[in-house]
Every structure is written in structure tokens, then in C-alpha cells.
Design a protein around this ligand. Sequence first.
Ligand code: SF4
Ligand code: SF4
Length: 371
Amino acid sequence: MAEYIKAREPNLGFGNMRMPMKDGVVDTETIFKMVDAYMAAGFNYYDTGYIYKGSEEMLKLALVERYPRESFMITTKLSMADCPTPEDMPKIFDISRERLGVDYIDTYFLHGLTKPTIEKAYKFGAFDFLRGLRDKGLAKHIGFSFHGTPEQLDELLTNEPDMELVQLQINYLDWDDEKVQARRLYEIARAHGKPISVMEPCKGGWLSGDESEAAQVLLPANPDVSVASWAFRFVAGLEGIYVILSGMGNVEQVEDNVKTFLNFKPLTEEERKLTLEVVDRIHAVPRIPCTQCSYCTRGCPKKLPIPLYMRHYNNLITYKVPDSSRHLYHMMIKPETMAANCVGCKTCETLCPQHIEITKYIQEVKRLLED
Ligand code: SF4
Ligand code: SF4
């Protein structure tokens, strides 16, 4: 990783999984402004993925065609879950390059590895494929993003010591969470000497926004800074963090993040205690820890809108207004895509990075909102 152009420390990354939308389409004008504000502040790391719909193409327009190639870095990813045969790996890589309009990728990742996708990666020779790309200079660096267990991470890094960058979900809500186990994953990556790229530092919006539970605790403590800034400061205060990705939605968020990173101060002990209070408050309401990433929908044979079920369920649990929740649910979800259509195959569960027992909640959605 030595030759990486590292603009700042801590390093704010531009996440492109969720893009700002306007009237149902990607808001190109806003993305151009966001890229300009981010670049002007001296940051240069962009994260995308083959499976992020329209994201690679958007980066071509907003970044690649408007800035010199050497002024930015792009990470994109090969999803084993979306790769039917070993022969598709080079095809997918070339599609990503073409969509992005670049000759080489700065860091090429295997995407969101879990037990089944690790097994598939070995079956397909995916780690050797990545090494081949690096040998040819088509990918400057290689690594993977990861959603498995600490034990699986340890084994993987032991078997593949030349993976250069590891992307993990780290935030103060998941730090000691027994399913995500962010602290243990972080410790294992560090024990293997790997720099870490952090995804979901705000847990898909759970730790940001003035309406969040985090805001109820953190805004009274410091009304002059954003709720999200606490989440970034928590992660950026850890050693060995190479970059922290933020899926920003507008120029104001870019500016706020830039401010946090340029004037970085780690959380004090007192401030860390307040984040624990946020965690307690969030856990007091038994919602589903869904980040609305939509990964689960990709394998569903019935094409069911699983993230929408999760959102409606959480609204019901949070606001406790069953009649209007049911009304809204029936307005938004057509009969053919209601939870009753689920065949219980559990494919969705193998794809969920948050390890949510989706089928259990689908039954609850059916019982509470449909029956
Ligand atoms: S268990 Fe239900 S929701 Fe999940 S993939 Fe299968 S049919 Fe779709
Ligand atoms: S259920 Fe899991 S995979 Fe599906 S949207 Fe929520 S967090 Fe993402």
C-alpha cells in the first residue's frame, strides 16, 4: 500500500453504494457538486461495486471524465454471489473498467465475503485471479470486503497473506454487537497487519440524522456538531484505519464530513460513554438492524421487496400505530409481492451482511401487517 496517494489522515472515502435521487432518478447534478467539494478539500478515494446499480457509470461521468486519472483512486468489487462461472470473473472485471472508463482499478476487491462466497471464491480460483490482475498492472492493489465471522477472517488472512486491504463494517453500534462482532474483526485484521477500509461507519443512517436516537443523546451534549461526526470520530480514532467510507447524499453532508476529518479529534472518554448510551437507547427498541442495502433481494426467487418489509416492521415497532402502519403497507406493497409470497428458501439470509434472520421477520410482517 506504500505508493497510495494518501491525501489526509484520517482519510474520508466517498462511498457510492447509495446515490442521491431526485424524482426517482439519480441526481447527477448533485453528485457532480459533491465530487467537486470532496476533491477541493483534498480527498480522493472512491468506493463502488459491480453490483451497485448505476454507480460505476455515474463515477465515470462525475469523476473520471472530469479529473485527471492520477488525481483519484477507485475501488470496485467482484461479487462472487453474482458471478455464475469462473469465466465470468474477467468479463465482470472488464465491464467494471468499461463502465468506469478506466484502464486500471486502484484496488480490486472480492465483495462482501461470507462463508459461502469464500468457498465459491476458492472453487473459482478468485484469489489467484486477483493476483493475476495485479501482476498485469490492471489492479494496483487487491483485497476484499468482508461480512463473515472473526474465525473466518482469521483463516482467510492466514491463507491469503498478500491481500492488501480489508474492508470491514465498523461503527460504535456494532463494536460489541454479538452478530457483527466489529471489535473482534478489527482486532484480527490488525493482528495480521492489514490496513482497514471502514464501511457503514454510521450503520446505514442509524447513527446519523437529527431524528435518530443518536441525536437524542448527542445533540444536547454538543449542538454545534452533526450527529454523524461522532460516528466518524469513533472509527477514525482507531489505529490502522486506512479510509472511512461515507455514503453521502448531498453537498452539505460532504462539507460536514470534510469539516470533521480536517479538524479531526478522537472521542474523549466522556464522549465515548455517550455513544454507549446511544447503543443502549437503540437496543431498547427491538427493531431489525437493517441498513436497507438490498443485498438480500438479489437472490430472491420471488423478487420480494425485503428491505421494505424491514422498514415497515421497524416503523410499526417504533411508532406503535398498527392501523396506519397496515394502511401504509397495503398502499405501498402490491399483493403479488407481499410477505405471504415468501417460499422460505432462505437465500436472502445467506446474502445479508447484517446476519438478520430475514425469514423469521417476514413471518412477523405477514402476521402483523398482512393477516
Ligand atoms: S426466503 Fe423468502 S424472501 Fe428470502 S429469498 Fe427465499 S423467497 Fe425470497
Ligand atoms: S435485510 Fe439485510 S441484506 Fe436486506 S436490506 Fe436489510 S441489511 Fe441489507
